[in-house]
Design a protein. Structure first.
Lengths: 173, 294
């Protein structure tokens, strides 16, 4: 069966006919064509398909598209400003080496955003809990956690060693 | 995914009549984090999914001030329970368990009722609730009934629900004064993992804050369904809670468990860990009871 739903997609009000059995992931990638949201496992284990629905992180592969009726959906494409300026969390992932192959990054960044919107001073433990459902197969977790920590108000001011450079050399780039 | 029609009832009666009229092809769904995976894997192929998400009044746990009972709607998400100040302050054992179920993404949609009706031996949600003497309310075409949660589980994947019935609510009775409780999920990692073993301990103390007035010891993955180690509980009642009595209770609980070898761990190790973890959770429950008394 198909039905018409209304929702906000990255800030834009939309009306669409959706099939009952479509997942939100299918709607985003195949129907709307936004491919920043990734499909990894398709069973809620990896978090690559994480998007925010009413500011809460969900696995879009296990969320039916019809359920976003009346809700706000945010994907990674909705984070940067229209002039291309990155969201502070995105910029921090770039600055801190939080991105390797990039497949987990959209999900990681959205999980981090949901956390920091709710607790701007999140501790490392809260950060680890928030991204526990996002797997990084490059295993670059240390840099990912650093990236999120440096946007959180809880950040410590100790010098950080980033994968390929120390903080002292940062000024010269 | 397989094609199906998604139905969105607003009341329990509406949901039950939809289920009755669509017969074999109908399946209830709440958060969907298990049902949708099973549909993807071809283990379920319903023609109609009846969503219980939009039934009214299911957003958070609430305390009945007159009776002291805590009511948790079955379609309340794990995240809502985890974030509930009421649960954090008064039912820490529930918080211990819920915060490590799945991931934030899963807890944001998966419901406590869904966790219970799946009736897997590892059901993390069930152990603390049984430790707290919870009962469940069930609603169907024949009306409402309630039962102890412990009796609700019949076997792996099987619970005491008749066709078309819905688990609607979990009720936790008021706790005795000087009560502390704690749960631990034992496994290789904390998040995104089913437990190798789950152990919940509740202790209610006499006025001296040392003598045990009531004990509950509940084990997950130690038998085909959640079980209470009643011999171990009996051993504690009337005794001073200390290293020796908790160690004794742990050993008895290990003997009472019906652990087996599985991919997550072998039986002898599980049995030894029951003893260790009962003692450890006993101390944590004691500490929490003492802290509340101060």
């Amino acid at each position: 069966m198909a039905r018409e739903i209304s929702f906000e997609f990255n800030g834009n009000p939309m009306k669409m006919r959706v099939e009952d059995h479509w997942t939100l992931l299918h709607l985003i990638r195949e129907e709307l064509g936004y491919t920043g949201t990734k499909e990894g496992c398709g069973s809620g284990e990896c978090g690559a398909c994480t998007v925010l629905v009413d500011n809460r992180a969900v696995n879009s592969c296990l969320y039916l598209a019809v359920e976003i009726d009346g809700k706000d959906v945010l994907t990674i494409e909705g984070l940067a400003s229209s002039d291309g300026t990155l969201h502070p969390i995105q910029q921090s992932f770039v600055d801190n080496g939080g991105i390797q192959c990039g497949f987990c990054s959209p999900g990681m960044i959205l999980s981090a955003k949901a956390l920091l919107d709710e607790s701007p001073n999140a501790t490392e433990e809260e950060i680890r809990d928030a991204i526990a459902g996002n797997l990084c197969r490059c295993t670059g977790y240390v840099q990912i956690i650093d990236s999120i920590k440096s946007v959180s108000g809880h950040e410590s001011k100790e010098p950080r060693v980033v994968a390929w450079k120390t903080e002292e050399t940062n000024g010269g780039d | 995914m397989k094609n199906f029609t998604y139905l969105l009832p607003r009341t329990l009666d509406e949901a039950i009549s939809m289920h009755a009229s669509h017969g074999e092809g109908a399946k209830y769904v709440a958060g969907g984090t298990d049902v949708l995976v099973k549909i993807n894997e071809g283990k379920l192929s319903p023609d109609y999914l009846i969503s219980l998400r939009h039934i009214i009044g299911q957003d958070r746990p609430f305390l009945n001030q007159e009776t002291g009972e805590l009511y948790i709607g079955a379609f309340v998400t794990h995240r809502a329970i985890e974030k509930s100040p009421l649960v954090q302050a008064n039912y820490p054992i529930l918080h211990d368990a819920i915060k490590n179920i799945g991931s934030v993404q899963i807890r944001n949609v998966a419901t406590i009722g869904g966790n219970l009706v799946n009736a897997v031996p590892s059901a993390d949600g069930a152990i603390p609730l049984i430790t707290l003497d919870a009962s469940v309310n069930i609603y169907g075409a024949k009306g409402q009934r309630s039962m102890e949660l412990l009796r609700f589980f019949l076997g792996p994947g099987q619970c005491d629900l008749e066709r078309g019935e819905i688990l609607t609510e979990i009720v936790i009775p008021p706790q005795l004064p000087h009560t502390g409780s704690a749960y631990v999920k034992h496994g290789r990692r904390e998040a995104m993992e089913l437990p190798m073993l789950g152990v919940g301990v509740l202790l209610s103390l006499e006025e001296d804050l040392r003598t045990c007035a009531k004990a509950r010891i509940c084990l997950g993955v130690a038998a085909p369904t959640p079980i209470r180690a009643m011999g171990a509980e009996q051993r504690l009642v009337g005794k001073i809670i200390d290293e020796n009595t908790l160690a004794e209770a742990g050993t008895i609980a290990g003997e009472e468990s019906r652990v087996r070898d599985s991919i997550r761990g072998v039986a002898w190790y599980r049995r030894e860990m029951v003893a260790v973890l009962v003692k450890r959770m006993g101390f944590k429950a004691l500490e929490r009871a003492e802290r509340r008394a101060r």
